[in-house]
Design a binder for this molecule. Structure first.
Ligand code: HEC
Ligand code: HEC
Ligand code: HEC
Ligand code: HEC
Ligand code: HEC
Ligand code: HEC
Ligand code: HEC
Ligand code: HEC
Length: 440
């Protein structure tokens, strides 16, 4: 055969195989080499009907470890204790599912999650304590004293319910107190039917919430050496590795999960990220957490699976220097605004004067960003999205303070502000619910 004939033969052969594969792919998955009888037995009537009604649910479920291990629809969907039920096509199913349905089989993960800041403090940060039962509040307060029984967030109240429902709570509902007594949902990181660890190890999964100017973790990660290597080497990694045996062969580069939750090379998996943290970085003035020394040892243990100690210690020393300098810069700016309030030049009401927005942006966007950048390897966030803005806003605050003093005491609000001043150091930072003063 000539070269041309060989080429045509190979081309036609390949085309036939591809066509056969395409036809095969259009057949339902349970005819496609899946153990049909078993699958039908495992997923039963639900799958049969839902393959027609909501096919993606079945496709996702079929890929999951749950399907492989014979966990069936009703294992999750039957009502757990305390859940409202629904009669559905001859079955009794729960009206809605919560972490409690998963906790029936994953009690260890649930207990760690329930004591983490992803649970009670997260919901209270926006909504205060009103939605918690006494038992839920007590559990949250036991692990995070002062972070559950606190006022609802002032900015949220100013912005109103529609903004809270589709904004704040879309992220903070990870810890919503449920009527069945449990907290939140596990599906923010694992998804409902995929229920996968691979998904939870993807930076973009955490980045659904951990993003934007007030907590730019996913952006910082993206520009770090770790993020760059992850992009380059992702295809050769095994993100689905069993957490009990995760090694650097599976993932030689860390993602968010590796540093904050994973069990790498024999370390313990945790669903409580606080275990590995040292500082309250999100607070206006960062203080050490209770148990912070232990937290730093645990975080460094993760780094030390891949790095030498000298470099890791130096990295933390440098980051802590940024933290100390940022604390000083934030304290300086806050003092200027407090002084104005003490002089009766500002009302006690939060967010009714421009200088209060400048004060808030200073710590909430740029102070946090500088600190987060320093601890996670994002130089641009330490500098241009951090320290440069700290400098610029401090000039703006000083300038506005001079103008306010020149203009004198606002006639209408002077008395109100003077009387309210001592109790309501209702500064922007307290209003945001992250006040350094409230840090336990
Ligand atoms: C004979 C068909 C049929 C069977 C059998 C069936 N379902 Fe459904 N299911 C439906 C239809 C239709 C809907 C509504 C879809 C819609 O709203 O578009 C639905 C909705 C649902 C919903 C969403 C309910 C809501 O209001 O949010 C869940 C959850 C669900 N089914 C789970 C199950 C489970 C679990 C089983 C097996 C125990 C099951 N279904 C059996 C047809 C079926
Ligand atoms: C690992 C637990 C788990 C298993 C197994 C499971 N589901 Fe679900 N399913 C969930 C969760 C969690 C939700 C979200 C429910 C909620 O928010 O109230 C859900 C939601 C649904 C919905 C509503 C989807 C939507 O987007 O509106 C349907 C339909 C459904 N499941 C059907 C099934 C069927 C059919 C099976 C079996 C093939 C199944 N599920 C197996 C956990 C599970
Ligand atoms: C009826 C028991 C049962 C329920 C209910 C259940 N699971 Fe599982 N889950 C299992 C079993 C069994 C495994 C497989 C464990 C293994 O392979 O060692 C598993 C594995 C997992 C894994 C690891 C998957 C992987 O990629 O390796 C995750 C994550 C998970 N479940 C999350 C959930 C979530 C989230 C829910 C609730 C929406 C849930 N499970 C409900 C029994 C359950
Ligand atoms: C659905 C939104 C959401 C997702 C997804 C999410 N988080 Fe969070 N996370 C939050 C919220 C909200 C808080 C703040 C809780 C508080 O302190 O009030 C938080 C706090 C944290 C903290 C600080 C805990 C502490 O003690 O201060 C860490 C670390 C963290 N998350 C890591 C992760 C990682 C890693 C992932 C992905 C595997 C992830 N998060 C996924 C919403 C989310
Ligand atoms: C895009 C998701 C997202 C949205 C929207 C969001 N947050 Fe957060 N919030 C987070 C994450 C993630 C953290 C954790 C930051 C950290 O630890 O560095 C957080 C932290 C906080 C904290 C500090 C932690 C604490 O427990 O005090 C407060 C207060 C807060 N958010 C309030 C709000 C309010 C109020 C809104 C709406 C006006 C809102 N958040 C909107 C994701 C979000
Ligand atoms: C190389 C390890 C590493 C990676 C990767 C990493 N972090 Fe961090 N993270 C840290 C360290 C170290 C700190 C600071 C710990 C301390 O001293 O309290 C931190 C702090 C945080 C905090 C701050 C909590 C607070 O007090 O405000 C959050 C939230 C967080 N990381 C989320 C993430 C998310 C989301 C990702 C992925 C997009 C990520 N991290 C990637 C190591 C890492
Ligand atoms: C903040 C994100 C996040 C949330 C929320 C979350 N998980 Fe996970 N989960 C992870 C990560 C990341 C891993 C993989 C850890 C690793 O890499 O070693 C994991 C692993 C698991 C595993 C496998 C553990 C093992 O040792 O094999 C189970 C089971 C599981 N999660 C269940 C749950 C349940 C149940 C909930 C709700 C109570 C939940 N998860 C909530 C991130 C999350
Ligand atoms: C799973 C392995 C792994 C873990 C865990 C890990 N790193 Fe890395 N890190 C790497 C790899 C790989 C590189 C790229 C090294 C190279 O250039 O060859 C890197 C690079 C770095 C760099 C940039 C070095 C340079 O000069 O460019 C710093 C800084 C760093 N890591 C700090 C940390 C800190 C701090 C921790 C813990 C909080 C940590 N890493 C955790 C694998 C890891």
């Amino acid at each position: 055969m000539s070269f041309k004939q060989v080429f045509i033969a190979v081309f036609l052969g390949t085309a036939l195989i591809v066509a056969a594969l395409l036809v095969n792919a259009r057949r339902p998955a349970n005819e496609r080499g899946q153990p049909t009888a078993e699958l039908v037995r495992a997923t039963g009537k639900c799958a049969e009907c839902h393959r027609r009604e909501t096919s993606a649910v079945i496709d996702e479920y079929e890929r999951s470890r749950h399907a492989a291990k014979g966990i069936v629809c009703l294992d999750c969907h039957r009502p757990a204790e305390g859940q409202a039920s629904l009669e559905h096509r001859g079955f009794t199913i729960a009206r809605s599912l919560t972490a409690k349905n998963c906790a029936q089989c994953h009690a260890t993960e649930y207990d760690q999650f329930a004591r983490s800041r992803h649970a009670a403090p997260s919901w209270a940060a926006v909504n205060g304590p009103k939605d918690f039962s006494d038992a839920q509040k007590a559990l949250g307060e036991r692990f995070h004293k002062g972070w559950v029984d606190r006022p609802a967030n002032a900015i949220a109240s100013l912005e109103g319910d529609p903004a809270i429902a589709s904004g704040c709570n879309a992220c903070h509902a990870i810890g919503k107190p449920n009527a069945d007594g449990s907290f939140g949902t596990c599906t923010n990181c694992h998804a409902r039917h995929a229920a996968s660890v691979a998904l939870a190890r993807e930076p973009t999964t955490c980045g659904q919430c951990h993003m934007g100017p007030d907590h730019s973790q996913v952006e910082i990660y993206g520009e770090s050496k770790h993020g760059a290597l992850y992009q380059a080497q992702r295809a050769s990694m095994n993100l689905a590795a069993d957490p009990k045996h995760l090694t650097t062969v599976d993932m030689p580069v860390p993602t968010c999960a590796t540093c904050h939750l994973s069990g790498l090379e024999g370390l313990k998996v945790t669903h409580d990220p606080t275990e590995r943290l040292t500082w309250f970085l999100f607070a206006p003035i960062s203080t050490r957490r209770p148990g912070g020394e232990q937290g730093q040892l645990q975080m460094k243990e993760v780094c030390l699976k891949c790095h030498a100690r000298t470099g890791v210690d130096a990295f933390f020393t440098n980051a802590e220097a940024v933290l100390a300098a940022t604390n000083e810069k934030v304290a300086g700016a806050t003092a200027v605004v407090k002084q104005l309030r003490d002089e009766g030049l500002l009302t006690a009401k939060p967010f009714d004067e421009p200088i209060e927005f400048a004060e808030f942006d200073l710590w909430h966007y740029f102070g946090r960003t500088a600190k987060h950048g320093a601890f996670m390897g994002g130089a641009d966030f330490v500098q241009w999205h951090g320290n440069y803005e700290l400098l610029r806003l401090r000039r703006e605050i000083d300038h506005d303070a001079e103008e306010l003093r020149r203009a004198g005491r606002p006639a209408a609000s002077a008395s109100a502000s003077a009387s309210a001043a001592p109790s309501a150091s209702a500064s922007a930072s307290a209003a945001a619910g992250g006040s350094g003063a409230r840090t336990p």
